[in-house]
Write a protein that binds this ligand. Structure first.
Ligand SMILES: Nc1nc2c(c(=O)[nH]1)N[C@H]1C(S)=C(S)[C@@H](COP(=O)(O)O)O[C@H]1N2
Ligand SMILES: [Mo]
Length: 381
């Protein structure tokens, strides 16, 4: 037994594919995807929960704005998944560096990478599960996904700062000091990068059709088929799920509260000047689909109630419970001629699942705020 020593040695990695150059090449695409995802996520957050000083100045144009930015948010998040896996594969030998802690600086760097990796995995996993409407966690998705996004961006900025010398060496193609970056890429690295690019292309092409309608033929993995649903439009929450049931025409009233309040029957609403608009439903979950809506301009209803031109408006559903039964909009949306209390969809009366007898449809607005089964409009002072 004497002389026998237990020696734990870290594994050795010799493959060139685990070198800083691979990490940097993949990292810049991953970084780009993460920053696009963060920026579009911020846009979505502000559109849904505007801070007080912005609440009455969100723009209602371009009409496709939210469709574009949220489509990009979900697409960049999906594209980031193979990029993150490839990046982790390229750098995982660094988990085994020996000794594990060389200095305080090294310790802090490892800590920031741990936060970055854990946060990025968390964001991509929760985002992915959210777009398939599966919530296997006890917290509410939006505030936690939003908070962790800041953590990830903070850790990313720190990481980029720490890695600045390697990144600079990559871009200048010189090898300062000990960073021996090969200038030429061998066939192995080229194959790896081609494989990663193919994976990104594949997940993007097989999902993007849920928001880019011309590509809908390719949706193999998209959670939503943009054609699947009553009147050719997907439904997130049906009338039954919302507990709305079938609305009795004779009992229905649209109540408009403001300086000169009034109520309209369904026939009176149908007798008002009708307008037709082409606008998308753009769900936060990434699917979007354009449709032809016909109904009364919210602007006309507001003028009749004597609302001030810059008034904000609250839209209240007949739905009694649930997070999306009430929405609010600033004057730019309320006064936009494209903003309708829609009674018809693609030439026919609204399906109950699309909000019969009346639903809000406004340009450049998240789907969650396109309130269905509207029973009341309130002018806010
Ligand atoms: N009252 C009410 N309106 C609602 C919802 C809801 O749950 N309740 N869901 C919203 C969501 S998340 C979306 S994406 C759109 C979907 O509209 P559609 O079912 O007509 O396609 O309706 C919105 N309007
Ligand atoms: Mo939605």
């Amino acid at each position: 037994m004497e002389g026998m020593k237990l020696r734990v040695s870290p594994p050795e990695f010799r493959g060139r594919l685990h070198d800083p150059r691979t990490a940097t090449l993949i990292g810049r695409w991953l970084g780009l995807a993460m920053l696009v995802c963060f920026g579009t996520g911020l846009v979505s957050h502000v559109m849904q929960h505007p801070p007080g000083w912005l609440a009455n100045s969100l723009p209602s144009r371009p009409s496709w704005g939210y469709r574009f930015s949220q489509g990009l948010h979900v697409a960049s998040g999906i594209a980031a998944i193979p990029l993150l896996l490839a990046k982790l594969w390229a750098v995982y030998p660094r988990l085994f560096v020996w000794p594990p802690l060389r200095s305080v600086r090294h310790g802090l760097e490892r800590l920031s990478v741990a936060v970055l990796v854990a946060g990025a995995v968390f964001e991509l996993a929760t985002g992915l599960l959210n777009i398939v409407q599966w919530y296997p966690w006890p917290f509410s998705f939006v505030p936690v996904h939003f908070a962790v996004a800041w953590l990830v961006v903070g850790a990313l900025v720190l990481h980029l700062a720490v890695k600045a010398p390697e990144i600079r060496a990559h871009w200048s193609r010189r090898s300062p000091g000990t960073l021996a970056l090969p200038v030429e890429d061998g066939p192995d690295r080229r194959s790896l990068l081609a494989g990663v690019a193919a994976a990104v292309g594949a997940v993007t092409l097989t999902t993007i059709g849920q928001s880019v309608t011309p590509l809908k033929g390719l949706i193999l993995f998209a959670p939503r088929d943009p054609d699947h649903g009553p009147q050719g439009l997907p439904v997130n929450r049906t009338a039954a799920a919302a507990g709305v049931g079938r609305v009795v025409d004779e009992a229905y009233r649209l109540v408009v509260a403001g300086p000169r309040p009034y109520a309209l029957t369904l026939d009176e609403l149908r007798a008002l000047p009708q307008h037709e608009v082409e606008l998308p439903i753009a769900c936060v979950e990434g699917w979007s689909k354009s449709a032809r809506w016909t109904g009364v301009r919210v602007r006309d209803l507001l003028e009749r109630v004597g609302a001030p031109p810059d008034a904000r408006v609250r839209v209240v559903s007949l739905q009694l419970r649930g997070g999306y039964r009430v929405s609010e909009m600033g004057h730019q949306h309320a006064r936009d001629p494209l903003t309708l209390l829609a009674l018809r969809l693609n030439g026919a009366e609204l399906d109950p699942d699309h909000g019969y007898p009346a639903r809000l449809i406004a340009p450049n607005r998240p789907g969650v705020l396109q309130t269905k089964w509207v029973g009341r409009l309130e002018v806010l002072s």
